[in-house]
Design a protein around this ligand. Structure first.
Ligand code: COA
Length: 157
């Protein structure tokens, strides 16, 4: 268990799926411009994907609690990458689904989750961590030293 102020962060299991899904729904509702119908349609497949990933061990959730109340969560997904220059192991830790309940914001909850996630990836020997940031997350990630990459995107549909 890792402590930051009054916040405790623990590694979650598939038993935390309901909390993780509540946070996923709130996250999409707050940061995405997509319609509520489109968001709701994505919830069942996301739940299935997340449960399977946790059970296989490639997705690790982190749950932050303050005095027993859930304050936030986040996940790391260890995924394969092609043989890249600069990496000895061809995998990366992808940080996703970072969410802090509104009334717990700016109290270090996401920072505590991020610290726990970084420690976990180091322990597993993962050499690189990546993420896609929302506008709300950017100051947090910059504070931890994340920088921009050269990724580009083309939607094909
Ligand atoms: C982004 C988010 C997870 C941050 O959670 P949090 O628990 O409030 O973050 P922390 O308290 O650990 O903040 C750490 C630092 O990040 C920066 N930061 C966090 N939120 C910020 C904001 N709204 N504006 C400016 N800086 C911010 C600050 O530097 C802050 O340190 P400080 O409070 O000492 O100045 C939260 O705002 C959230 O859930 N937003 C909606 C969902 C989302 O966008 N998730 C990220 C997806 S990539």
């Amino acid at each position: 268990m890792m402590e930051s102020f009054a916040v405790c962060v623990t590694r979650g299991t598939v038993n935390d799926i309901d909390v993780l899904m509540q946070h996923r729904l709130k996250l999409w509702s707050e940061v995405s411009a997509r319609s509520a119908d489109e968001i709701m349609a994505r919830i069942p497949p996301y739940r299935e994907w997340l449960s399977a990933g946790i059970e296989k061990g490639c997705v690790t959730p982190f749950i932050a609690k303050s005095e027993g109340t859930v304050a936030g969560s986040g996940c790391v997904w260890i995924r394969d990458v092609e043989p890249k220059l600069g990496l000895n192991r061809f995998e990366e830790g992808y940080l996703m689904a970072m969410y802090t309940e509104q009334h717990f914001r700016r109290q270090g909850v996401a920072s505590a989750i991020l610290q726990a996630a970084i420690a976990y990836l180091r322990e597993r020997g993962v050499e690189r961590m990546t993420l896609h940031s929302s506008e709300f997350g950017r100051p947090l990630y910059e504070k931890f030293g994340f920088g921009d990459t050269t990724e580009m995107r083309l939607n094909l549909k």
